[in-house]
Design a protein around this ligand. Structure first.
Ligand code: XMP
Length: 327
């Protein structure tokens, strides 16, 4: 397949009109490439795969088969939102795979961060490949590759050949409709395609998901504490006008306990760490300084609403020396 590159003179897509022109152009190109054949897409609910899904639904409707794998490490409400937006509102041909037990069982007792990442990545490919083999007549695989992915892989910084991870018998031709776009352009296109703001302006989220925010061996109760505290943090940031302004914000629940007191009784529970950072290139990050009111409010909500947490800590460390994630 000819590898499409971003033309040097391509205008940056900044307006709904430019987005609409791009969408029309891609719909024609997709129809030309795949005809009446079927296309498979791993739909995580992140910006890139969501925009690719919405584009392909417009172009080929039910011939796009989306597979959403819930590996148990997604944020609160994410699988539900994928089903609501794509299946219920856009009438997508969506297969939802509940692989929560499968992933968490494999991860049980695994403490090494790199091993955790390998299990999550490897298992994802296995689940996706199993679903692909159950389907007949699929010849194409759609991917949310974007222009910086191509530049980074050409520069040897990152390997972005997602399809390269699939077993050899699954030999699909790639469909990459946003491969010439920068991230900000993908968002403008997503908005024009009618995707909800909290999907289009979503903060970066690592592939291994909440797994790297539950340091050490993942247990279901501590993972729930991460998920619930993260949901509270996101809700409060949205209410306080920080959503879309702060680059990335999340909670971490480390694997140690400290003494506390509740209702006159001793508790022995985890701390919850809050991290909110800003950056342009993720090589260096600065910390977002929160207001005293917001800090107090977050502490109150998390210690009263999240089971297993008796202390809230704020990580005000820049990168370097501290990386964004804890693992
Ligand atoms: P670090 O922790 O390396 O994070 O300072 C920099 C950015 O990369 C994200 N990140 C990941 N993204 N898979 C991903 O897709 C990963 O394994 C991974 N680890 C870190 C992190 O959230 C931050 O935006």
């Amino acid at each position: 397949m000819e590898l499409i590159r971003r033309p040097d003179d391509m205008a940056r897509i900044t307006t709904p009109e430019l987005a609409k022109a791009f969408i029309d152009e891609q719909i024609t190109a997709i129809k030309e490439q795949v005809g009446d054949k079927k296309v498979l897409l791993a739909l995580s609910g992140g910006v890139d795969s969501s925009v690719v899904a919405a584009l392909l639904i417009k172009a080929i409707g039910q011939n796009l088969v989306c597979v959403h794998v819930n590996h148990g490490l997604l944020r609160k409400g994410e699988p539900e939102q994928v089903i609501q937006v794509f299946k219920n509102e856009m009438n997508a041909n969506l297969i939802y795979v509940d692989a929560v037990d499968r992933f968490l069982d494999k991860l049980a007792g695994v403490t090494d961060p790199e091993q955790k990442r390998m299990i999550i990545g490897g298992e994802f490919i296995e689940v996706f490949a199993e679903e692909a083999r159950k389907l007949d007549g699929i010849e194409f695989l759609a991917q949310g590759t974007i222009w910086p992915d191509i530049l980074e892989s050409e520069a040897g910084i990152k390997a972005h050949h997602n399809a390269g991870g699939l077993p050899e018998d699954l030999n699909f031709e790639l469909v990459e409709p946003v491969r010439t776009l920068f991230k900000d352009e993908v968002r403008v296109v997503g908005k024009e395609l009618g995707l909800p703001d909290n999907m289009v302006y979503r903060q970066p989220f690592p592939g291994p998901g909440l797994g790297v925010r539950c340091p050490g061996a993942i247990t279901r109760d501590r993972l729930e504490a991460v998920r619930e505290s993260d949901a509270i943090l996101r809700e409060e940031f949205a209410k306080n006008g920080l959503e879309g302004k702060v680059w990335q914000y999340f909670t971490v629940v480390p694997d140690f306990k400290s003494t506390g007191v509740k209702d006159g009784k001793r508790t022995f529970d985890w701390p919850c760490i809050i991290r909110a950072i800003n950056t342009t290139d993720v090589m260096e990050v600065t910390v977002e300084h929160l207001s005293d009111e917001l800090i107090d409010h977050l502490v109150q909500r998390i210690i009263t609403e999240v089971p297993g947490i008796n202390r809230v800590l704020f990580d005000y460390t820049p990168k370097p020396p501290a990386t964004v994630e804890y693992e």
